[in-house]
Write a protein that binds this ligand. Structure first.
Ligand SMILES: [Zn+2]
Length: 255
């Protein structure tokens, strides 16, 4: 497979701290994980995942001991991260949760993705960062709204100051869901379920943006990668489009 000349990561340079999303390029994993799979929760060799995470550290210039990853379970647990949590990049994580926040420098909050939407948040006034991921379960649980609440309660952030980035994720045209899953969304998020020829499609990004607005986030402060993972499997990983595949890293580094 020749992927051509793609970057190792994309940089959300409108975020005043380093916020990046790796691509599938530049690692050592073999098909179907080719090549920079960073997810231990895949059928890839854990040794390759470890090596790829070391490559991520090297290419981003972030010391590997500054990374913190989670065992992501599609819940709504959001953890306050301290220096002591860091340094788990090279092991299968035991730290369970789907969101994190910190106000301590020298920490790179990192999540792994393959279709779910990643949300990174930075507050320039208090120098605080947060991150979470949201698939259909995360959307039902309003994890990104809960992350905003935590940033306000724990760190005194003002929602209007928050600068928010949205990772590459599966778009509503590609994300078909069953009638059973769709039914959960009709009442509160009916506008974000599209029906076409008796099939249902879910707009994850639309729901996340509506949840952020509901908390008072400012539209001009939202930076959207604007890339669909399922339509761009030559750049990213897509669980839906590829089934047995890898994960890329979405991270925000507080220095
Ligand atoms: Zn798409």
């Amino acid at each position: 497979m020749n992927y051509g000349n793609y970057p190792f990561y994309i940089n959300f340079d409108r975020i005043p701290v380093f916020n990046f999303c790796t691509t599938r390029h530049g690692g050592i994993s073999l098909w179907p994980f080719e090549s920079c799979n960073t997810g231990f929760n895949t059928l890839d060799s854990p040794e390759f995942v470890k090596q790829n995470r070391l490559i991520v550290a090297e290419k981003t210039g972030i010391p590997v001991e500054c990374f913190v990853f989670l065992r992501q379970v599609h819940g709504d647990k959001i953890l306050y991260i301290e220096k002591g949590h860091c340094g788990n990049a090279l092991k299968v994580p035991v730290l369970e949760g789907d969101g994190m926040l910190t106000d301590q420098p020298g920490i790179c909050l990192s999540i792994t993705l393959a279709d779910c939407i990643g949300i990174a948040i930075y507050d320039p006034e208090n120098h605080v960062a947060g991150i979470c991921h949201s698939g259909w379960r995360g959307c039902l649980l309003n994890i990104c709204g809960k992350l905003v609440d935590k940033l306000v309660e724990r760190c005194g952030c003002k929602v209007g100051n928050l600068i928010i980035s949205l990772s590459p994720s599966i778009c509503y045209k590609c994300y078909s869901i069953s009638r059973e899953i769709a039914e959960n969304f009709f009442e509160k998020y009916g506008n974000f379920v599209l029906e076409n020829k008796q099939k249902y499609y879910l707009d994850l990004k639309g729901i996340v943006i509506s949840q952020l607005f509901e908390k008072g986030a400012v539209s001009a402060n939202i930076v959207d990668a604007g890339i669909c993972t399922a339509e761009n499997t030559h750049i990213f990983y897509s669980h839906r489009a590829e089934k047995n595949t890898g994960r890329f890293v979405f991270g925000i580094y507080l220095t």
